[in-house]
Design a protein around this ligand. Structure first.
Ligand code: ZN
Length: 377
């Protein structure tokens, strides 16, 4: 019922409307709405003169600032922080770019706290009023304890980030892997995706994916479901740091693209140079992009067969800077799949940014809602 009221945001919903949608009895509706009002999440508002449908003029509406959460995204080269209200709007955000060196977890948390304080002050919001903090971080993570087993970009091993964060934030802190945060961020902001089977594939500094069935994250035994960078796409292919050959991440990350170009006699400093050469019609860039897209299309195909997904969302820094890759891969995909799977598949190019930051704020929000429920019996 809370979700039904929340979906309408600024339009109050009458008890009669709720009865129509839920098919529940008036007694049950009164009992549950009283509980939501008592929890401080929902309020009764006078709808007379607002042109809404409440016959008795009383509607129910979610209290916008009843739950405000912070979302922090820790990436290899920057930290983003936002505040999210209970109408699911981002109230504001701040960013800091990181230097190219390993940071200690304490240094990262200190920067995050500074950004959080700055943002609260920008918005005139008291930091203590923030209900919970969600942190999205690269690496393999135990989301229950907030322990990061391994984050190669920072050379972190067995870092108890959730525990350490308690020294910097008075709020409850929830730590989640960045791909899983991103899929939460993407699905919660799109009504079509909220309760669907989705796979999100990201290519950028790394190759990763996350999977949801009916809006619930699929985790696996090690919370590593979707870590698809080491799927082998060429049996005798390029050497990977995992000790094997032909892993897809040796073809589809920014560094791999730069490396391969150099090996082929077209040295580039940055991937942008490849995109520009392709757009100018350079033959070597066209051939190189075509080969890269073959690997992307095969990976997308494998994900569909692996997870039987309805929506395949493809994003990450390479795709958002160079969406031509997505369009080309989409064109190749049809010939790689059974027609029934292909015709039921919905492909989406993700151009939105900040998905992991917003997703982290949603993770904190969902946990806060649960806490409200627990606290009130
Ligand atoms: Zn590998």
């Amino acid at each position: 019922m809370l979700d039904i009221i929340r979906d309408r945001k600024e339009v109050p919903l009458s008890r009669a409307d709720i009865a129509k949608i839920t098919q529940m009895s008036a007694t049950s509706i009164t009992r549950i709405t009283d509980y939501l009002i008592h929890s401080g999440l929902v309020e009764q508002v006078d709808t007379v003169g607002k042109g809404t449908v409440g016959r008795n003029g009383i509607g129910l509406q979610v209290i916008r600032d009843s739950i405000v959460t912070a979302g922090i995204s820790i990436d290899s080269d920057y930290i983003d922080v936002c505040l999210l209200d209970f109408w699911d709007e981002v109230m504001g955000q701040r960013k800091e770019t990181l230097a190219k060196r390993p940071y200690t977890p304490e240094e990262i948390l200190k920067i995050a706290r500074k950004l959080f304080d700055g943002l609260c002050s920008d918005l005139g919001f008291v930091p203590e009023m923030v209900s919970a903090v969600g942190i999205s971080c690269i690496g393999n993570i135990d989301y229950k304890t907030g322990t990061i087993f391994f984050a190669p970009q920072f050379q972190w091993n067995q870092v108890e980030l959730g525990k350490l964060a308690k020294m910097y934030f008075t709020q409850q802190v929830y730590v989640e892997n960045d791909m899983k945060s991103s899929i939460v961020g993407l699905s919660r902001r799109d009504q079509d995706l909220k309760h669907e089977n989705i796979t999100y594939l990201s290519i950028g500094m790394g190759v990763g994916a996350a999977v949801m069935y009916d809006g619930v994250i699929m985790r696996g035994s090690n919370n590593a479901a979707g870590e698809v960078g080491h799927i082998i796409v060429e049996a005798e292919g390029r050497a990977c740091d995992c000790g094997q050959r032909g892993c897809v991440q040796t073809y589809l990350t920014k560094n791999s693209l730069i490396e391969i170009c150099g090996e082929k006699g077209h040295p580039v400093e940055d991937v942008q140079e490849i995109y520009e050469a392709y757009r100018k019609g350079s033959p070597w860039a066209a051939a190189f992009v075509d080969k890269t897209v073959d690997h992307l299309a095969v990976l997308m195909r494998n994900l569909v067969y692996m997870y039987d997904t309805r929506y395949l969302l493809v994003g990450g820094a390479i795709i958002s800077d160079f969406p031509e890759m997505f369009t080309l891969a989409k064109g190749k995909l049809k010939d790689l799949m059974h027609s029934n799977l292909y015709s039921n598949l919905r492909l989406k190019c993700v151009m939105e940014k900040y998905n992991s930051m917003i997703g982290a704020a949603f993770v904190a929000q969902e946990n806060s809602v649960e806490q409200c429920g627990d606290g009130n019996g």
